[in-house]
Design a protein around this ligand. Structure first.
Ligand SMILES: [Ca+2]
Length: 350
Protein backbone atom coordinates (compact mmCIF):
# COMPACT_ATOMS: atom_id res chain seq x y z
CA UNK A 1 0.00 0.00 0.00
CA UNK A 2 2.76 2.37 1.02
CA UNK A 3 4.70 1.49 -2.10
CA UNK A 4 1.65 2.22 -4.20
CA UNK A 5 1.24 5.61 -2.56
CA UNK A 6 4.86 6.37 -3.23
CA UNK A 7 4.46 5.38 -6.85
CA UNK A 8 1.41 7.63 -7.19
CA UNK A 9 3.27 10.49 -5.53
CA UNK A 10 6.15 9.99 -7.96
CA UNK A 11 3.80 10.07 -10.90
CA UNK A 12 2.22 13.28 -9.58
CA UNK A 13 5.64 14.78 -8.97
CA UNK A 14 6.89 13.90 -12.43
CA UNK A 15 3.76 15.08 -14.17
CA UNK A 16 3.98 18.33 -12.19
CA UNK A 17 7.49 18.90 -13.41
CA UNK A 18 6.36 18.23 -16.95
CA UNK A 19 3.97 21.18 -16.80
CA UNK A 20 6.72 23.45 -15.50
CA UNK A 21 10.06 24.38 -16.99
CA UNK A 22 10.85 21.07 -18.58
CA UNK A 23 14.32 19.77 -18.11
CA UNK A 24 14.29 17.94 -21.41
CA UNK A 25 13.51 21.19 -23.18
CA UNK A 26 16.30 23.25 -21.72
CA UNK A 27 18.04 24.06 -24.95
CA UNK A 28 18.95 27.67 -25.47
CA UNK A 29 20.38 30.68 -23.74
CA UNK A 30 19.85 30.99 -20.00
CA UNK A 31 20.75 33.53 -17.36
CA UNK A 32 22.30 32.27 -14.15
CA UNK A 33 21.51 34.22 -10.98
CA UNK A 34 23.08 33.66 -7.57
CA UNK A 35 21.34 34.54 -4.32
CA UNK A 36 23.02 37.38 -2.48
CA UNK A 37 22.42 36.82 1.22
CA UNK A 38 22.67 40.51 2.13
CA UNK A 39 20.18 41.89 -0.34
CA UNK A 40 18.15 38.65 -0.49
CA UNK A 41 18.00 39.20 -4.24
CA UNK A 42 19.13 36.98 -7.06
CA UNK A 43 21.93 38.77 -8.84
CA UNK A 44 22.89 38.12 -12.41
CA UNK A 45 26.10 36.15 -12.70
CA UNK A 46 26.47 34.75 -16.18
CA UNK A 47 24.78 33.86 -19.43
CA UNK A 48 25.09 30.26 -20.49
CA UNK A 49 24.00 28.28 -23.48
CA UNK A 50 22.70 24.81 -22.81
CA UNK A 51 23.04 22.21 -25.53
CA UNK A 52 21.54 18.83 -24.91
CA UNK A 53 24.08 16.21 -25.83
CA UNK A 54 22.92 13.02 -24.27
CA UNK A 55 19.64 11.25 -24.58
CA UNK A 56 17.70 10.12 -21.56
CA UNK A 57 18.97 6.92 -20.04
CA UNK A 58 16.82 4.08 -18.85
CA UNK A 59 18.59 3.98 -15.53
CA UNK A 60 17.61 7.47 -14.56
CA UNK A 61 14.19 7.98 -15.99
CA UNK A 62 13.78 11.58 -17.08
CA UNK A 63 17.42 12.50 -16.60
CA UNK A 64 19.13 14.73 -19.10
CA UNK A 65 22.66 15.97 -19.57
CA UNK A 66 23.68 19.22 -21.20
CA UNK A 67 26.92 20.77 -22.16
CA UNK A 68 27.09 24.34 -21.04
CA UNK A 69 28.84 27.21 -22.75
CA UNK A 70 29.62 30.50 -21.11
CA UNK A 71 28.89 33.74 -22.89
CA UNK A 72 32.54 34.34 -23.73
CA UNK A 73 32.86 30.71 -24.88
CA UNK A 74 35.88 30.41 -22.59
CA UNK A 75 35.10 26.90 -21.58
CA UNK A 76 32.68 24.06 -21.82
CA UNK A 77 31.15 22.45 -18.81
CA UNK A 78 28.28 20.18 -17.98
CA UNK A 79 25.03 20.14 -16.16
CA UNK A 80 22.93 17.01 -15.68
CA UNK A 81 19.50 16.69 -14.18
CA UNK A 82 18.30 13.49 -12.58
CA UNK A 83 15.74 12.14 -10.14
CA UNK A 84 16.67 10.22 -7.03
CA UNK A 85 14.11 9.01 -4.49
CA UNK A 86 11.53 11.26 -6.12
CA UNK A 87 13.63 14.40 -5.82
CA UNK A 88 15.21 16.31 -8.62
CA UNK A 89 18.91 17.05 -8.56
CA UNK A 90 21.38 18.83 -10.79
CA UNK A 91 25.04 17.99 -11.07
CA UNK A 92 27.12 20.92 -12.28
CA UNK A 93 30.67 20.71 -13.55
CA UNK A 94 32.14 24.20 -14.01
CA UNK A 95 34.48 25.06 -16.88
CA UNK A 96 38.08 23.87 -16.53
CA UNK A 97 37.11 21.57 -13.71
CA UNK A 98 36.67 17.88 -13.17
CA UNK A 99 34.96 18.31 -9.81
CA UNK A 100 31.21 18.52 -9.92
CA UNK A 101 28.78 20.12 -7.49
CA UNK A 102 25.45 18.64 -6.55
CA UNK A 103 22.41 20.88 -6.32
CA UNK A 104 18.99 19.98 -5.01
CA UNK A 105 16.25 21.48 -7.14
CA UNK A 106 14.09 23.61 -4.85
CA UNK A 107 11.65 25.06 -7.32
CA UNK A 108 10.93 24.16 -10.88
CA UNK A 109 8.41 26.74 -12.00
CA UNK A 110 7.22 27.83 -15.38
CA UNK A 111 9.78 30.57 -15.36
CA UNK A 112 12.87 29.41 -13.55
CA UNK A 113 14.68 26.58 -11.89
CA UNK A 114 15.96 27.28 -8.39
CA UNK A 115 18.52 25.02 -6.80
CA UNK A 116 20.69 24.82 -3.70
CA UNK A 117 24.16 23.36 -3.36
CA UNK A 118 23.87 20.34 -1.05
CA UNK A 119 27.34 21.03 0.42
CA UNK A 120 26.97 24.79 0.79
CA UNK A 121 23.52 26.07 1.66
CA UNK A 122 24.48 29.67 0.89
CA UNK A 123 25.03 28.73 -2.73
CA UNK A 124 21.56 29.13 -4.22
CA UNK A 125 21.22 29.57 -7.96
CA UNK A 126 18.45 30.21 -10.41
CA UNK A 127 18.55 29.30 -14.06
CA UNK A 128 16.19 31.49 -16.03
CA UNK A 129 15.50 31.19 -19.71
CA UNK A 130 16.73 34.31 -21.48
CA UNK A 131 13.28 35.69 -22.17
CA UNK A 132 14.44 37.77 -25.10
CA UNK A 133 15.17 34.55 -26.98
CA UNK A 134 12.42 33.26 -29.21
CA UNK A 135 11.69 30.20 -27.11
CA UNK A 136 10.01 32.24 -24.42
CA UNK A 137 6.55 33.05 -25.68
CA UNK A 138 5.01 35.74 -23.50
CA UNK A 139 1.65 35.49 -25.24
CA UNK A 140 1.48 31.82 -24.37
CA UNK A 141 2.26 32.65 -20.75
CA UNK A 142 -0.29 35.46 -20.62
CA UNK A 143 -2.89 33.13 -22.12
CA UNK A 144 -2.16 30.68 -19.29
CA UNK A 145 -3.00 33.43 -16.78
CA UNK A 146 -6.33 34.15 -18.40
CA UNK A 147 -8.42 32.94 -15.46
CA UNK A 148 -6.23 34.31 -12.69
CA UNK A 149 -7.35 37.18 -10.49
CA UNK A 150 -6.22 39.13 -7.46
CA UNK A 151 -3.33 37.76 -5.44
CA UNK A 152 -2.89 34.71 -7.70
CA UNK A 153 -2.32 36.92 -10.70
CA UNK A 154 -0.14 39.30 -8.67
CA UNK A 155 2.22 36.50 -7.66
CA UNK A 156 2.21 34.82 -11.07
CA UNK A 157 3.34 38.12 -12.56
CA UNK A 158 5.86 38.56 -9.76
CA UNK A 159 7.36 35.16 -10.58
CA UNK A 160 7.40 35.97 -14.27
CA UNK A 161 9.42 39.16 -13.80
CA UNK A 162 11.24 38.40 -10.56
CA UNK A 163 14.54 37.86 -12.32
CA UNK A 164 15.93 40.22 -14.81
CA UNK A 165 19.48 40.85 -15.85
CA UNK A 166 20.43 43.95 -13.90
CA UNK A 167 23.12 45.93 -15.67
CA UNK A 168 23.60 48.46 -12.84
CA UNK A 169 22.57 52.09 -12.64
CA UNK A 170 25.48 53.63 -14.57
CA UNK A 171 25.03 51.28 -17.51
CA UNK A 172 21.27 51.73 -17.36
CA UNK A 173 21.71 55.48 -17.73
CA UNK A 174 24.00 54.99 -20.73
CA UNK A 175 21.45 52.63 -22.31
CA UNK A 176 18.56 54.99 -21.60
CA UNK A 177 20.14 58.14 -23.03
CA UNK A 178 22.04 56.45 -25.84
CA UNK A 179 19.64 53.75 -26.94
CA UNK A 180 16.22 53.19 -25.30
CA UNK A 181 15.15 56.86 -25.27
CA UNK A 182 17.32 58.16 -28.08
CA UNK A 183 15.00 58.53 -31.06
CA UNK A 184 15.66 58.10 -34.79
CA UNK A 185 16.93 61.70 -34.99
CA UNK A 186 19.33 61.25 -32.09
CA UNK A 187 17.08 63.30 -29.79
CA UNK A 188 16.11 62.70 -26.19
CA UNK A 189 12.69 64.02 -25.12
CA UNK A 190 11.91 64.95 -21.54
CA UNK A 191 8.82 63.01 -20.42
CA UNK A 192 7.49 65.84 -18.20
CA UNK A 193 8.18 68.92 -20.36
CA UNK A 194 8.92 69.87 -23.98
CA UNK A 195 12.72 69.95 -23.52
CA UNK A 196 14.59 68.08 -26.26
CA UNK A 197 18.33 67.41 -26.24
CA UNK A 198 20.29 66.23 -29.26
CA UNK A 199 22.91 64.06 -27.60
CA UNK A 200 23.70 60.61 -26.28
CA UNK A 201 25.42 61.97 -23.21
CA UNK A 202 23.35 64.97 -22.04
CA UNK A 203 24.80 67.21 -19.36
CA UNK A 204 23.46 66.53 -15.90
CA UNK A 205 22.48 70.20 -15.43
CA UNK A 206 20.16 69.87 -18.42
CA UNK A 207 18.80 66.33 -18.57
CA UNK A 208 18.49 63.84 -15.70
CA UNK A 209 17.54 60.25 -15.23
CA UNK A 210 14.23 60.28 -13.38
CA UNK A 211 13.39 57.49 -10.94
CA UNK A 212 9.63 57.21 -11.27
CA UNK A 213 9.61 55.30 -7.97
CA UNK A 214 11.75 57.82 -6.06
CA UNK A 215 15.19 56.61 -5.02
CA UNK A 216 14.57 57.73 -1.45
CA UNK A 217 11.53 55.45 -1.30
CA UNK A 218 13.06 52.31 -2.78
CA UNK A 219 14.01 50.86 0.62
CA UNK A 220 17.26 49.07 1.44
CA UNK A 221 16.60 45.63 0.04
CA UNK A 222 17.81 45.13 -3.54
CA UNK A 223 18.41 48.89 -3.70
CA UNK A 224 21.02 48.75 -6.47
CA UNK A 225 18.84 46.53 -8.65
CA UNK A 226 15.76 48.74 -8.18
CA UNK A 227 17.79 51.88 -8.79
CA UNK A 228 19.06 50.60 -12.13
CA UNK A 229 15.81 49.03 -13.39
CA UNK A 230 15.11 50.69 -16.74
CA UNK A 231 11.39 50.01 -16.47
CA UNK A 232 10.94 53.01 -14.20
CA UNK A 233 13.76 55.26 -15.46
CA UNK A 234 12.92 58.10 -17.84
CA UNK A 235 14.75 61.17 -19.14
CA UNK A 236 13.54 64.41 -17.60
CA UNK A 237 14.90 67.91 -17.77
CA UNK A 238 16.73 68.65 -14.55
CA UNK A 239 14.33 71.44 -13.53
CA UNK A 240 11.15 69.38 -13.71
CA UNK A 241 13.04 66.52 -12.09
CA UNK A 242 13.84 68.65 -9.06
CA UNK A 243 10.24 69.97 -9.02
CA UNK A 244 8.98 66.42 -8.87
CA UNK A 245 11.41 65.78 -5.99
CA UNK A 246 10.15 62.63 -4.26
CA UNK A 247 6.50 63.67 -4.08
CA UNK A 248 3.88 61.02 -4.70
CA UNK A 249 1.87 61.22 -7.91
CA UNK A 250 -1.67 62.53 -7.97
CA UNK A 251 -4.09 65.03 -9.46
CA UNK A 252 -3.14 68.62 -8.66
CA UNK A 253 -6.01 70.92 -7.60
CA UNK A 254 -3.92 73.95 -6.61
CA UNK A 255 -0.76 74.17 -8.70
CA UNK A 256 2.28 76.05 -7.47
CA UNK A 257 4.37 75.08 -10.50
CA UNK A 258 3.23 74.12 -13.96
CA UNK A 259 5.01 73.54 -17.24
CA UNK A 260 3.89 71.95 -20.52
CA UNK A 261 1.07 70.11 -18.72
CA UNK A 262 3.00 68.77 -15.72
CA UNK A 263 2.22 70.23 -12.29
CA UNK A 264 3.21 70.33 -8.64
CA UNK A 265 0.71 71.39 -6.02
CA UNK A 266 -1.83 70.11 -3.54
CA UNK A 267 -4.36 67.42 -4.30
CA UNK A 268 -7.98 67.50 -3.09
CA UNK A 269 -6.84 65.84 0.15
CA UNK A 270 -4.31 68.63 0.70
CA UNK A 271 -1.22 66.51 0.01
CA UNK A 272 1.58 67.86 -2.17
CA UNK A 273 1.63 65.73 -5.30
CA UNK A 274 3.21 65.70 -8.75
CA UNK A 275 0.99 65.32 -11.79
CA UNK A 276 2.73 64.31 -15.02
CA UNK A 277 1.24 65.59 -18.26
CA UNK A 278 -1.44 63.47 -19.86
CA UNK A 279 0.67 61.64 -22.44
CA UNK A 280 2.98 60.31 -19.72
CA UNK A 281 0.30 59.47 -17.13
CA UNK A 282 -0.26 55.91 -18.37
CA UNK A 283 3.49 55.29 -18.65
CA UNK A 284 3.89 56.34 -15.01
CA UNK A 285 1.01 54.13 -13.88
CA UNK A 286 2.32 51.03 -15.67
CA UNK A 287 5.90 51.66 -14.48
CA UNK A 288 4.68 52.00 -10.88
CA UNK A 289 2.54 48.84 -11.08
CA UNK A 290 5.57 47.04 -12.50
CA UNK A 291 7.81 48.24 -9.65
CA UNK A 292 5.21 47.33 -7.02
CA UNK A 293 4.79 43.78 -8.30
CA UNK A 294 8.44 43.19 -9.21
CA UNK A 295 9.79 44.19 -5.79
CA UNK A 296 6.64 43.65 -3.73
CA UNK A 297 6.43 47.29 -2.74
CA UNK A 298 3.05 48.60 -1.68
CA UNK A 299 1.36 51.47 -3.49
CA UNK A 300 -0.76 53.73 -1.28
CA UNK A 301 -4.48 53.96 -1.96
CA UNK A 302 -4.51 57.53 -3.25
CA UNK A 303 -1.80 56.86 -5.83
CA UNK A 304 -3.24 53.48 -6.76
CA UNK A 305 -6.62 55.04 -7.55
CA UNK A 306 -4.95 57.67 -9.74
CA UNK A 307 -2.82 55.07 -11.55
CA UNK A 308 -5.87 52.95 -12.34
CA UNK A 309 -7.46 55.95 -14.04
CA UNK A 310 -4.26 56.99 -15.80
CA UNK A 311 -3.81 53.46 -17.14
CA UNK A 312 -7.05 54.02 -19.09
CA UNK A 313 -6.70 57.75 -19.81
CA UNK A 314 -3.34 57.28 -21.53
CA UNK A 315 -3.41 53.85 -23.21
CA UNK A 316 -0.29 52.02 -24.41
CA UNK A 317 1.00 53.37 -27.73
CA UNK A 318 3.57 52.07 -30.20
CA UNK A 319 6.36 54.04 -28.58
CA UNK A 320 5.74 52.41 -25.21
CA UNK A 321 5.57 48.95 -26.79
CA UNK A 322 8.87 49.54 -28.58
CA UNK A 323 10.47 50.76 -25.39
CA UNK A 324 9.35 47.59 -23.60
CA UNK A 325 11.06 45.52 -26.32
CA UNK A 326 14.29 47.50 -26.12
CA UNK A 327 14.36 47.03 -22.34
CA UNK A 328 13.67 43.33 -22.76
CA UNK A 329 16.71 43.04 -25.01
CA UNK A 330 18.85 44.54 -22.25
CA UNK A 331 17.26 43.22 -19.07
CA UNK A 332 15.74 39.97 -20.39
CA UNK A 333 12.31 40.76 -18.92
CA UNK A 334 9.27 42.79 -19.93
CA UNK A 335 6.75 44.96 -18.13
CA UNK A 336 3.60 42.80 -18.35
CA UNK A 337 1.34 45.81 -17.67
CA UNK A 338 2.44 47.31 -20.98
CA UNK A 339 1.78 44.02 -22.79
CA UNK A 340 -1.54 43.59 -21.04
CA UNK A 341 -2.91 46.75 -19.35
CA UNK A 342 -6.07 44.80 -18.42
CA UNK A 343 -4.06 42.95 -15.73
CA UNK A 344 -4.41 46.11 -13.62
CA UNK A 345 -8.20 45.73 -13.35
CA UNK A 346 -7.90 42.08 -12.32
CA UNK A 347 -5.63 42.84 -9.34
CA UNK A 348 -7.66 44.47 -6.57
CA UNK A 349 -4.79 45.62 -4.37
CA UNK A 350 -1.27 46.70 -5.25
CA1 LIG B 1 1.71 57.60 -22.93
Amino acid sequence: MKKQMLAIMCVIFLSMSVSSLQIDKMNGVYDVFKLDKLSNEFEFEDSIELLENLQKTKLYNNSARYSMRNEDRSGASEISFYYMNGREYASVTPPMSTKSFTYRVIENTKFYLEMQNVDNEDDVARIVLDKSSNDFDYNEIYAGLENEQGEDLYYSLHDLISNHKSIGYDNAKVEMFGNVDNDENGDIHCVYTNLVVHSKYPKNEIMNCEHTWPQSKLGNSSFAIKRGDLNHLFPTDSKSNSRRSNYPFGLVENPRWEQDGSKVGTSKTGKTVFEPRDDHKGNVARAMFYMGVRYRMEIDKEQEDAFREWNKLDPVDEKEVNRNGLIEDIQHARNPFIDNPGFVDRIDNF
